[in-house]
Write a protein that binds this ligand. Sequence first.
Ligand code: ATP
Ligand code: MG
Length: 302
Amino acid sequence: MPPVISVQHLQKRYKDVVAVADASFEVAQGEIFGLLGSNGAGKTTAVECLQGLRKASGGELRVLDMDPRTQARELRRRIGSQLQESSLPDHIRVGEALDLFAAITPGGHDWREVMGQWGLGDKRKASYHALSGGQRQRLFIALALVNGPELVFLDEMTTGLDPAARRVAWDLVRRVRDMGTTVVLVTHFMEEAERLCDRIAVMDAGRIVAEGAPQKLVTDFAKYVTVVFSTDAPDVEFLARVPHVAKVMRHGSRVEVRGDGAVLAHVACSLVEHDITPPDLRVELPTLEDVFLALTGHEMEE
Ligand SMILES: Nc1ncnc2c1ncn2[C@@H]1O[C@H](COP(=O)(O)OP(=O)(O)OP(=O)(O)O)[C@@H](O)[C@H]1O
Ligand SMILES: [Mg+2]
């Protein structure tokens, strides 16, 4: 099956600002693809180019086998789009907005059902300006999905949602994917990326710096583990000389020892030799957040 999205050497410049320098990636049919990156990395610009909302300055783009630069109108009938910066007229009611969006592209879902799924059933008659931030956000997601798109772009879908609403949103997005819709998700939430995305690309300063399944990125990039424990012992400097230890950090009674896979056994042994037997000795495995910081913030110098 050909990819739903194929991007080769995408470039986007705004006068002298290079928003996307060189981005290449593919998104397969039926996957949830995450785009991660720091503020200003170029994520929104990239997904807006893919939706035909901005004209790429260079590169090859195919979306649902169309060129977003020349077939934007046709493309937008088949995709759903939740933009990072969205707005509606103040007085439009929730039900009216959904009805309107459903009418523009017939053949989608029953808008009342979508309204209920996104927890807006009791807000049907509420005006846009009277919605809370999270309710507005849910309305924009519902609007992106009401036409039953083949491909949906969600740019910071869960920003502003409370933790419970965020989990509901994840479940609904999984359902959308399971029904065959391909999802492109821009997010800053590592937990969201880790739990929801089949594959992610990390963008930094307009370039894709890593791509793969979240768990694979963690195992590929994070080669160390961290042993953590607490102690009142004044001196733990001896740990720096223990085999497999790369770094010892101490914050009050909390001690963190970084090293490769064998470090836990060696640290445990050395602690016992020094009569330190912390009951909370444990190993913390790297997370997607560590990988992200390593790729974009140079936090993991070892
Ligand atoms: N219309 C514009 N004109 C000029 N520069 C722009 C414009 N839109 C975006 N930029 C610049 O392009 C770069 C990428 O912006 P973009 O919005 O794509 O980043 P982002 O990765 O989505 O960031 P965030 O996580 O903060 O949403 C930034 O330096 C931004 O200032
Ligand atoms: Mg953005």
